[in-house]
Design a protein around this ligand. Structure first.
Ligand code: BGC
Length: 333
């Protein structure tokens, strides 16, 4: 089912509703964005968002959006591929964040509705935001038995980069504080950031640090501790290298009534404790203050393309397809 949400750059933008026994999800072709994700028995909508397209266009938080071509930062906006150096726009403290000045979060996607799914497509032209190759992107949202699955596919006519993530802001209680949720992350190591929020080529053991989420704890427990990394991120804004390979659980988050399990076949996950939310109002006029949500952004290690020792690089080979999956399973506790 779809309804008109508005127009953007002369393109029609729709709000699509997917519904099965357990859930209702709303997605829009503006930024291939997740707008709502409701567990029907509790009626709780676990993601932040906006009631109107205008508010989506105005905000700069990447709320619920598909992020690309590259999620998170590329150092100095520069990378070299097949001997050629590329320069991307600088939009974040000297680096390129979340795809550039106008990333996938600001694109009108075309769409196709299927059983329990919507497939959003976008052709990112050669040279867009400085990236090589015509990159055809398909983002599929599917409502499944235990929640929502996202499949992202990128195919290009030249070697290029595609490092997808979904940038949903979760609050499992529809409250104004997500730091009291209990969180478990399947990571023994996390990436050290510099003062600009740029993940370094340095992984540190989580043991004995505020970044140890191997057993359930609330982000509130350690977030105010004196710690250089927390200071650099204004809280949690860090890459976690997730144990194992292939589709596997990355994080579990417990609200009062609901449990979210984030799974993906990407190498790691960014935990962002929404440190830069500023109280802007969202759905039904409810304010979203700083730290009112948690983002679990499954991703490649930020800047992996520039780090020789990191083997998982988000490179799409010419005429091949790079695919990744993210699942947000939502169950009642
Ligand atoms: C980044 C943050 C940024 C946020 C919104 C996160 O993925 O790591 O530093 O503020 O997205 O852009």
């Amino acid at each position: 089912m779809k309804e008109l949400f508005g127009t953007y750059k002369e393109k029609e933008i729709y709000l699509f509703t997917l519904e099965n026994e357990g859930y209702i999800a709303k997605v829009t072709n503006y930024g291939a964005t997740l707008v709502s994700f409701i567990e029907k028995q509790t009626g709780i909508d676990v993601v932040q968002g906006y009631d109107t397209l205008e508010e989506y266009i105005q905000q700069d938080f990447y709320t619920g959006a598909s992020v690309g071509r590259t999620a998170n930062r590329i150092g100095k906006g520069t990378f070299t591929l097949n001997g050629k150096t590329y320069h991307l726009p600088i939009n974040n403290n000297g680096n390129c964040n979340h795809g550039g000045l106008e990333g996938f979060n600001r694109k009108a996607f075309t769409f196709k509705e299927a059983d329990n799914s919507v497939i959003f497509s976008y052709l990112s032209a050669d040279g867009e935001e400085g990236y090589p190759g015509n990159l055809q992107v398909n983002i599929t949202y599917t409502l499944c038995e235990d929640g929502l699955c996202i499949t992202a596919e990128g195919t290009s006519d030249q070697d290029t980069l595609f490092a997808y993530t979904n940038h949903s802001y979760f609050n499992l209680d529809e409250s104004d504080n997500a730091l009291d949720h209990e969180v478990k992350i399947y990571a023994d190591q996390y990436g050290l950031s510099d003062a600009n929020g740029m993940t370094q080529d340095k992984l540190e053991d989580v043991k004995g640090t505020p970044f140890d989420f191997r057993e359930f704890k609330t982000p509130a427990q350690d977030i105010e501790k004196e710690n250089e990394q927390l200071a650099f991120g204004s809280g949690y804004d860090h890459f976690f290298l997730i144990q194992g390979e292939g589709m596997r659980d990355m994080a579990v988050c417990l609200g009062k009534k609901l449990q979210l399990t984030v799974s993906s076949d990407l190498p790691g996950m960014h935990l962002y404790s929404s440190n830069f939310l500023d109280g802007t109002k969202g759905k039904k006029g409810v304010a979203y203050p700083r730290r009112s949500a948690l983002c679990f952004e499954a991703e490649y290690m930020p800047n992996a393309i520039n780090y020789p020792d990191i083997k998982d690089k988000p490179i799409v080979k010419a005429n091949e397809t790079l695919t990744c999956h993210i699942r947000f399973a939502l169950t009642r506790r």
